[in-house]
Design a protein around this ligand. Structure first.
Ligand code: NAD
Length: 421
């Protein structure tokens, strides 16, 4: 791990703990429970020997963290990225605990990651890596224990390998061991856009409260992957105009508006937003200073930090990504009157939809896309209402309010269960 990656990873876990500490103060969390929530329940580190296409064997490092299981089995994605660290995986699993509690679905928090660069690996190598990783996790995961899902650089293809490897070892099909699988394997038709959809429900509800006119609002999306693309497409349908978007290759900007369908098609064809006709190229960093009403960070952690927070002109930041705003940046934003809709609320649509997928698999039920999207809307609107009420009652930021609701809910479960022995 490079020094830079280490510093960054430490800061992500520090950020997660700092957010918990603030919530603990707000709700008078008993010290014993607070201390327990600062640490994960269980973390596994595994070496993953993988046969490469040239016949050589490389050993990758993988992690799975289960932060808390007081309210149900652990739930959370698996990420493939060269900068994955154990601290990052723990922080992400902690956020999953709060997120599941906030939208009140019966899960705890988990997260996994493998240190690898999938862009340089063939499908066969990724399959070998995934199947071996799942074999190492076999005693830890399961429909009643810990249910993985896609995250950065993993997708339904990877989830299908996971489901198959687990099922082969159990001796019978176990679709409920994972969510975000292909529809043909019991996946949800609505899982793909669910994170973006939940993010847009959150933005819609807050715009109503802040009296913001959708058709006079402009928005910017940082990161144009699964979450960012769906959020862009669905938010534009409500009226706001997309004016800038970035991905790992670069960024584009047009103050008169970027046609969402056209940029989606360009990205699908070329693999990047760069080179999109009818827009100017800008740097990835410039995207944060653009004059707009809504900013959606949908890439990786720590994108908004103390050096760029002061440039942000948006009225609302909706965190589609996990942990995109550092605590120092958030202080600057709060002082400047920018409302940050925290990740555990703004991107909870993905895990809420995963819960519906899992519930269908466990009960062998089939619901229509409309049915589950209506349920998703109800779950998200209720959560936004609860957070907004807490924000007004405690006169605190939306993040502190969301954390207060979520941590309070997990603490109540923990107190009912008590400690064994
Ligand atoms: P993804 O891999 O599909 O997309 C990530 C995007 O970010 C890509 O377009 C990539 O090019 C871009 N990117 C990377 N570095 C960048 C940079 N420096 N500047 C601009 N863009 C950059 O991943 P995803 O599934 O969309 O996840 C994105 C974020 O959303 C992560 O933080 C993830 O944890 C979070 N999230 C995703 C889901 C989901 O359902 N996919 C659910 C909850 C949270």
């Amino acid at each position: 791990m490079s020094a830079e990656a280490h510093v960054q990873a430490r800061s992500v876990l520090d950020s997660a703990r700092e957010q918990l500490d603030r919530a603990a103060t707000l709700i008078n969390l008993p010290p014993g429970i607070h201390e327990r929530f600062r640490e994960p329940k269980r973390v596994l580190t595994v070496g993953i020997p993988t046969t490469m296409d040239d016949g050589s064997i490389r050993t990758f490092t993988g992690y799975r963290s289960q932060h808390n299981m007081d309210r149900g089995p652990a739930k959370g994605g698996i990420r493939y990225h060269p900068q994955v660290t154990i601290e990052e995986v723990i922080a992400l699993s902690m956020w999953m605990t709060w997120k599941c509690a906030l939208v009140d679905i019966p899960y705890g928090g988990g997260k996994g990651g493998v240190v690898c660069d999938p862009g340089t690996m063939s499908d066969r190598e990724l399959e070998n890596l995934t199947r071996r990783f799942v074999s190492e996790l076999i005693g830890m995961i399961g429909p009643e224990r810990d249910i993985p899902a896609p995250d950065v650089n993993t997708n339904e293809r990877v989830m299908a390998w996971l489901m198959d490897t687990y099922s082969m070892q159990k001796g019978y099909p176990q679709p409920a061991v994972v969510t975000g699988k292909p529809v043909a394997l019991g996946g949800s038709t609505e899982r793909g856009p669910a994170t973006g959809r939940g993010c847009v429900f959150t933005i819609r509800e807050i715009m109503r409260r802040l009296d913001m006119a959708p058709d006079q609002s402009r928005f910017v999306v940082q990161g144009f992957g699964n979450a960012g693309r769906a959020a862009a497409h669905l938010l534009a349908e409500l009226g706001p105009t997309l004016i800038a978007v970035s991905d790992s290759s670069g960024a584009i900007f047009n103050e008169r508006g970027v046609d969402v369908q056209a940029i989606l098609a360009h990205k699908a064809e070329t693999g990047s937003v760069v080179g999109f006709p009818g827009a100017d190229e800008i740097s990835q960093e410039d995207i944060f200073g653009i004059d707009c009403e809504i900013l959606i960070p949908a890439a990786l952690e720590d994108a908004i930090h103390e050096d760029n927070a002061g440039e942000i002109k948006a009225r609302i930041i909706a965190e589609a990504a996990n942990g995109p705003t550092t605590p120092a940046a958030e202080e600057i934003l709060n002082e400047g009157g920018v409302m940050v809709l925290p990740d555990i609320l703004a991107n909870a649509g993905g895990v809420a939809m995963s819960y519906f997928e899992w519930a269908q698999d466990v009960q062998k039920l089939i619901w229509t896309g409309d049915q589950i999207n209506e349920r998703l809307e109800r779950v998200m609107v209720r959560a936004v209402n609860e957070v907004y009420e807490m924000h007004q009652r405690l006169d605190c930021s939306m993040r502190d309010a969301a954390m207060a609701v979520a941590v309070g809910r997990v603490a109540e479960a923990a107190q009912w269960r008590g400690i064994t022995p």
